[in-house]
Ligand binder design. Structure first.
Ligand code: ADP
Ligand code: MG
Length: 635
């Protein structure tokens, strides 16, 4: 459910982009008042001499009729140029004009009435021309001669030829390319933004983002440069466009492979192929520079290597990437699924459009595939976004864990200080006590009667004080001097004896369910101290009809002891602070009971956990490693 807003957002963005770009289908829609010329004649011509201007050939030559439905035939050997002649229809428009949507030729000249009315020469290797030529109303029925020359393979008219109002034709001429310009420019902008943002990322993410930015940049450049728009309206930088186009072409395959590699993990064949493509791209780049410096001397070779061979390798790469991501997607990898969907969107749109192109026998302007590219790029970008989100989640998790560890550390530091303090104070007090006890004993030997009784009481009280100090020392020195096998049932019988009077006083009842034969190893008095502390807390928490249930059993290699009461219970904060030194909610509490208990249980290799609910009760669960109950006591 939570994905629905995101999907809706993407949908709306797509819709807005589509509206802004203007559907190319609507751009291709016929405007009223325009006529289409569908027939003309063609005549192949030789290689022109340097600097010569050709003359329109006589009509008696063998002109070959060609329709806009057919492609011009292959160039016959020995010819590099061709003539086209067409008859202008009745011109009804106020300011008539003719739009030649696409003529192949590096040098194009148009004659009317034997006079040159248009000439363009491209010194660079781009042979597409989009020509809008103004006409006169008197030109109706006249013949137009077009001469086109190109060293390259393609020659002649390939797009539509439309006659009509100049204003309308201008619209048609621009609108067809505007979509590509907007789409491509947006890609370039996105790519640059990504590249800038990547500066702020750490290394692994930076290379993912940079390779994605390179992919989007090269696709954007290819889309912007390919249509004749820039060459028609910003002719002065034409050579730069061509260089950029080729560079974009060289950049695309290695960066695409690198991006996939980083998303799908290292896949050997993709990695090898990527290295090869990088090498190949660099070689093509060098060849491009050489060819450019030597004024296209190696153009044929360059064309072969950089367009034909490179295109083939790009196809192979796309197939490999598709296979790799499908394999991963099959295994349930989310990123791979998104990648595959992106690839599939691109492939489905392109293939179905190509089929339509063939069904219409070439009378169709391919544009849907660009939406496929958009889908593909969106899938790439969403993978990147997922990466970043995942990293963010991890950082948050780490910082939470860090905080927890920090708290734990602070707590254990506090304990450390307390134990040191306890140890030194207890030690210091015990010495004078021992000395005092010695002297008292000495005096009591010589005394008679009442004084002797008083001295006896003083000695007992001193022993009690000494015991308290010893208990306090537990905390500082929990390692036990006298460990032996403790029979749990026996220990608890003693504990019950001590604690029952206190429970009775509170009106509480203690029930025990402890089978014979359970044992663990430890010091008996520490063990009792630990459990007396727990049970005392339970008693203190009891209200009317208080019940404390103690039960023990063995599970695996451990002895479990549960102490459950139906007292006031604890809230979450009290539970987390339990065992902190001096933490107490009682007016006369010391806040040391649980701390000592935790310490003893820890020293016995045991674990203690509490579950509690306010108003319902508390259960302490203690686990110890089990010992066999008949093994001999140790010391
Ligand atoms: P003290 O008993 O001196 O307050 P303790 O370390 O023994 O110190 O216990 C700390 C606090 O934990 C108590 O003040 C009490 O609020 C809470 N507590 C411990 N055990 C229980 C229990 N069984 N039921 C309710 N609260 C308890
Ligand atoms: Mg207590």
């Amino acid at each position: 459910m939570k994905y629905i807003p995101r999907i809706a957002a993407v949908f709306w963005i797509l819709l807005v982009v589509a509206a802004a770009a203007g559907s190319p289908a609507s751009a291709a829609m016929p405007v009223s008042n325009v006529q289409t010329i569908t027939k003309w004649d063609m005549l192949w011509d030789g290689v022109p001499e340097e600097g010569s201007i050709p003359e329109p050939p006589p009509d008696k030559e063998e002109w070959e009729p060609v329709g806009s439905n057919e492609m011009a035939g292959n160039k016959p050997p020995g010819s590099s140029s061709a003539w086209i002649r067409m008859v202008l229809p009745q011109l009804a428009a106020e300011t008539p004009a003719i739009l030649l949507e696409n003529i192949y030729g590096k040098h194009v000249i148009i004659y009317k009435d034997g006079i040159i009315v248009y000439e363009s020469f491209q010194s660079y290797n781009y042979e597409q021309n989009k020509i809008l030529l103004p006409l006169d109303r008197e030109d109706s029925g006249k013949r137009l001669y077009i001469w086109a020359d190109s060293r390259l393979e393609r020659l002649g008219i390939s797009g539509g030829v439309i006659v009509g109002e100049q204003r309308d034709l201008l619209g048609i001429m621009i609108r067809k390319d505007v979509f590509d310009i907007i789409l491509g420019s947006s890609f370039i902008l996105i790519a640059l933004t990504l590249a800038i943002c990547s500066i702020f990322l750490y290394k692994p993410n930076r290379s993912v983002m940079l390779s994605l930015s390179a992919v989007i940049l090269s696709v954007g450049l290819l889309i912007v440069i390919y249509p004749p728009f820039l060459f028609t309206f910003y002719r002065e930088y034409a050579e730069l466009y061509l260089l950029l186009f080729d560079m974009a072409l060289f950049l695309l395959p290695p960066s695409l492979a690198l991006f996939f590699e980083q998303i799908l993990g290292k896949i050997l064949y993709i990695r090898r192929f990527r290295k090869w493509l990088t090498f190949y791209s660099i070689a093509c780049f060098v060849l491009m520079i050489v060819n450019w410096l030597t004024m296209d001397r190696y153009y044929q070779l360059y064309y072969w290597i950089s367009v034909i061979l490179f295109g083939l390798q790009l196809m192979v790469l796309l197939i490999l990437l598709m296979v790799a991501s499908l394999k991963r997607a099959w295994k349930g990898d989310r990123d791979a699924i998104i990648l595959s969907v992106g690839c599939a969107c691109f492939a489905a749109l392109s293939v179905s459009e190509l089929l339509w192109f063939y069904i219409r026998q070439g009378h169709y302007n391919l544009f849907l595939w660009k939406w496929g590219v958009v889908g593909f790029v969106i899938s790439l970008a969403s993978i990147l976004a997922r990466r970043l989100a995942e990293n963010h989640r991890q950082v948050v998790q780490y910082s939470q864990e860090l905080e927890m560890f920090n708290n734990e550390l602070q707590r254990s530091e506090k304990m450390e200080i307390i134990s040191d303090l306890a140890a030194s104070v207890a030690h210091e007090v015990r010495n004078p006590l021992q000395v005092t006890r010695g002297f008292l004993q000495l005096i009591s030997g010589k005394e008679e009667g009442k004084n002797k009784d008083y001295l006896q009481i003083a000695l007992e009280e001193l022993d009690r004080a000494s015991n308290i100090i010893t208990d306090f020392l537990t905390f500082a020195k929990p390692e036990f001097e006298h460990t032996k096998v403790l029979h749990i049932d026996e220990e608890f019988r003693h504990i019950e004896g001590i604690i029952s009077p206190m429970a009775n006083l509170q009106g509480g009842k203690i029930t025990m369910d402890i089978p014979e034969g359970l044992a663990t190893k430890g010091n008996s008095s520490k063990f009792k101290q630990a459990f007396i502390n727990i049970i005392k807390n339970s008693i203190e928490a009891l209200g009317d009809e208080g019940q404390i249930h103690i039960r023990a059993y063995r599970s695996g290699d451990e002895v479990y002891i549960h102490i459950r009461d139906n007292g006031e219970g604890m809230d979450a904060q009290t539970l987390t602070r339990l065992g902190e030194p001096y933490f107490s909610n009682k007016t006369k509490g010391t806040g040391l009971g649980m701390m000592v208990t935790f310490r003893i249980i820890e020293a016995m290799d045991g674990r203690i956990t509490f579950t509690s609910a306010k108003g319902i009760g508390t259960e302490a669960t203690v686990r110890f490693p089990a010992a066999s109950s008949n093994s001999a006591p140790e010391s």
